[in-house]
Each structure stands twice: as structure tokens, then as C-alpha cells.
Design a binder for this molecule. Sequence first.
Ligand SMILES: *Cc1c(COP(=O)(O)O)cnc(C)c1O
Length: 388
Amino acid sequence: MAAHHGKEPGFSTHAIHTGQDIDQVYGAVVPPLHFSTTYAPDGIGNLRNGYDYGRAGNPTRTALQQQLAAVEGGAHAFSFSSGLAAEDAVIRGLMRPGQRIVMGNDAYGGSYRLISRIHGDWGIANTPLDLNDHERVAAELEAEDATLLWVETPSNPLMTVVDIAALAEIAHANGALLLVDNTFATPYLQQPLALGADVVVHSTTKYIGGHSDVVGGAVVLSDDDLAQKVAFQQFAVGAVSGPLDAYLTTRGLKTLGVRMDRHATNAAAVAEFLAGHSAVERVLYPGLPDHPGHELAKKQMRNFGGMVSMQLKGGEPAARKVAEATQWFILAESLGGVESLMNYPHEMTHASVRGTELAVPENLLRLSVGIEDVEDLIEDLDQALAGL
Ligand SMILES: *Cc1c(COP(=O)(O)O)cnc(C)c1O
């Protein structure tokens, strides 16, 4: 990044400029996309700028990693082919068989599936629990084998908010590391490393990419030793982002700040509309004053984000009907793109945790509120709910 004078740049200045130096040959303002898988040294052993082979390093991926580290306030970032590949690299890099992960009992279903069904078979145990029960969290972490506390806030899809700073203290007092999955909040709204977390993971597929056109993941951290272990996983296992994926993710990240502002304004209006609707039993949005995590979210987040969940009075049949009756809210998995999405977690994103402690209510719908004109979104929900 070009040298800056005095004051540390703000979030969006970093997002737009860090890792994005102009091209030295042509002066291209957008750095070129490097597809080459191999790099010619200047004679044997004389690498040019450290690059030799595409799995080990690629300038387009480096650019994204520098941008990610800057916006998350970390010293190191690693970009992966998916969010789950990033999580896998952290677990295998920082844990060993015989150790245990203590995690929220409403974690993202795919994370739980990875931890329980892949790492479980390789000797890493897990204990899902209520992360707001700090006494229980501390009691579990006291045990020698519990070395990682896994936190997601707000959680997916129940929008539970937990206290990152308090959980960092509890983890550290018991010799454990704190990991935060910051996918829902994004670094624009929440900075876990500054609140004491040791590791941040992302599915960049969601808000960071932001346009529903690239799958990716990231690990961001500040400790050099931990970073080396994750770097070795990235290099030796090779679940890296390809150059085009890295480029698209970089392009998305540049506009994260303005998108999140609009996502949040739209989501607040949608949540308020739903809270006043007679067919809706409960709206789960941390921006609503009656949400149990409202004050905490105000303290640790810039605003309340773009995700809104709701439970319908008509139970499962009502949820299914509304999910299939909207026009602008597209019925689809995933979240965080510019377009609004509607998800029925019980049968879609969270089908894999049915019957486990992480199961979600059958009358629950999860909305990823996009950045369309909010009047259109509210009218769409109004007509869908009117059909009940
Ligand atoms: C989607 C998601 C993941 C998994 O990321 P992929 O890119 O789909 O592999 C992890 N955590 C959360 C909170 C997610 O929403």
C-alpha cells in the first residue's frame, strides 16, 4: 500500500486501497489479475518477489489477503476456496487429536457438520452450549482438553448476540483460544480481534463477496506463531482461492461499507414492518429494542446488519407458504448478496442439524435483506403474508 501520512485510514479507505497498488508497468489503477500457475526465477533460487508456484502464492491472492487483514485489523490474512475450507485449516492447524472445541449451540449448521462429522472422526471432540451462559462456558474451558472457543455473533439463523470481549477473557483465563466466525456481522460492523479474539474466520461467499457470484473463505489473525500454522495448512493442503475468485472477492470487499449501510437500513425497516404484522409470532433482529441482545449489539457492532429471522404463528405450513410466495425475495440458500433472499432453514441451510442440539424451529424463516428499494421489499412481504 502507498505510504499514508499520520492518521490510520478508515475502513473503506483500507478496503479500496490496501493491497491495490497501481500496476508498476502500465499504471493500471486496478491491479492485473494473475492467472499464471508458475513463476520464472531470475536464475536458480532467485525468486522474483517471493513467488514460485500458484498454490504457494499468487499476487492476486496476496492483494486480497492484504486487503482482508487491513479491514479486519489483523496482521495476517489467508484466503481459501470456501468458508469451510478456512475453518478446516484453522482446526487442523491449531488443534490436535484429543482436544475439544466448545461452541455455540446455534452455530452455522455447516460448521457444526465439519466439526462433528469430519474432525470428530479424527479425534477432535465438541461441546455445543449456550454461549450466554458464561459460567457453563468457563466450566467447560477449565478442562485441559478444551482448547478452542468457537463463537458466532449474531448467530445463524437465530440472531443470538454474545459478548465477544467477555468470552475472550473467559477463554484466555482458561488457556483457550477464542475464534469468531464474523460472516454475519462483517468486519465493517464488528471487529472481533480488537475485542480480544485470537482468530476470525469468514465465509467471504456472503457479504464480503457481496454479489452471490464467488465462493470463498478467510482466516484473519494477529499472532505470528498461529499465523504460521494456518499458512502451512494453506500451503501444504492447498484449499486456496483461485485468482479469479480472489479478484471477485477483492472487488466486492471494496464496496462492503456502503453495502452494509444500505443492508442495515433496509433490514431495520423490514424488521419493524414484520414486528407489526399479525401473522408474525416473533421477529429476531438485534436492532429491535426488545431483542435480548440489543444493548450488547449496540455496544459491539457499528449497526445491526442485514439479516432478519422471523417465526410465523401458522407454524411450518405458514413458513413454507410464505417462503414460496415472494417475488423479490428469492427462495435460495446463502446470504449477503445485493439481492434479497428467503431461506427456510429447517429444510435448507440447517437440514443437516435436524434432530441434533442445533436444530432450528420449523416455523422459522431467515431473510437476507438486500439493497433493493425497501418499499418494494416490504410490499413483497406484505403480499406474501396476506396469502396465509
Ligand atoms: C456460509 C457460512 C459458512 C460456510 O462458508 P462457505 O463459504 O459456504 O464454505 C460459515 N459460517 C457462516 C456463518 C456461514 O454463513
